[in-house]
Design a protein around this ligand. Sequence first.
Ligand code: ATP
Ligand code: MG
Length: 489
Amino acid sequence: MPSILIIDNEFPIRADIYTFLERDGYTVQTTTNAAEGIQLAISNEFEFALIEQELSDHSGLKVLQAIKRVKPEIACLIIAKNPSYEIAVEAANNGAYSYIPKPISYEELSFHLSKGAKHRQLFIEARNLRKERYSNLQELSREKSMFKTVLNAINGGVLVINTDGELVYFNNASLINLNLDHLESGEQILQKLPEPIIKQISDYLFAKKYKSNISEIELEIIPNNKLYVQSVCSHIPKESNRFSGIVLVIRDITKKREVEHVKSQFVSMVAHELKTPLVAVEGFLQILQNPEITLTESKRIDFLKRSYDRIKSLFQLVNDLLDISRMELREKYRELDIIDFNEVVKTTINIFELDLKKHEITLTYNSDEALPKIKVEQNEISRVVSNLLSNAIKYNKPKGSINISLTKNENYLYFKITDTGIGIKEEDQPKLFQEFFRALNKQTRAQNGTGLGLTIVKRIVESYHGKIEFESQYGKGTSFLVKLPFVKN
Ligand code: ATP
Ligand code: MG
């Protein structure tokens, strides 16, 4: 039921109008007081307000303003005792939808009321539309900022390019991965991209229809292996086999390539190491089986012995390589035991007894009492001790000495082995744990070795979250320190 508020001095305007309104189903409330009128309008739900232009205590236009400010949806109509063009304009400016001079006939009023109902309807619809648009815009900007946040969090570069070759979107990582200082949305991007990427995306930008496959290329951005990237290009689909642009993802693959490079270097090094003894053995065998070459018995035995030695060292090499690859498969396959490290050291020293005697090397061993145990695979840890001890013997001086100690701090057992040997040149020290590294000197040449011993030691120690360090003085001696975490009760 529509309701009307009438604010008029001459209350009731005219009794018949009041009656007619009620007859036509309007609820009517009246007041002669401006303040009360405003109060009523604000605290109730009126569809219409009829306001007398000149109230005794206030200007009707001021009342109109006050009501409209709080309840803009009320259709307000100004009734004027002394109508003028200026007042009509002012009333309209303040939000009245109509203006009628007194005296008012009911026909006139009902015509204005139906106009007011439409006016009100339109106002409400417009307001709802505005609200909806505003919330849509808010939603959109929320989505946009989320999209931006997500894309900026990705460490791969993302660039969105429309079919005119203009940059629609890019994230921070795309600047880094393409080594660019600046990019701007809306700019023509093609000329800024490296040649191989232009080629790659041209296929997509100038395609006749949507391609569902993606294209991947790898290219160098900064020379000398400083920045290498993978660029992945795909269409952004649009309805019915069309596309609205392309998206480029640029990933930094410098590290991955480095690893691949190291791996292939390792393989060629291994191949080389395997080939050398094989070539030697092949040479001996060729001589031995050649009927045109007569060899003395001792020469023949010598060749056979040398071949045998070569094959033995080849076995050693293959075993070392197997160990390394086994360690790369990691701890999964290991059976760990709780072990007394002190026992391992003692047993290993016993094994090297003869060697020590042969080189006239004196060995001293001190260990703290009642040391905590370690959780390791027995074989691996014996391997660490025997590799380090064999080096300390092999690279020692005749009648030299070796000192071994086993101690602990709060978390680690400290296994230290010091020799009075040939030492390691400063320039060789950084390469000590590299695969196949052997310092070039008379003594190392005289010793068998693959140069994998320390590589394996380091890998074993680190696989137990331990550390290995060394100090060496060329010509004086070397000391290795292995720290292994112990088991706590
Ligand atoms: P492998 O241990 O595989 O039989 P290797 O002893 O030559 O062969 P590593 O144990 O890895 O290989 O040692 C690498 C190189 O480091 C050695 O060839 C030697 O030049 C140097 N080196 C290692 N330990 C010592 C040491 N205690 N004193 C002097 N040089 C050492
Ligand atoms: Mg060694």
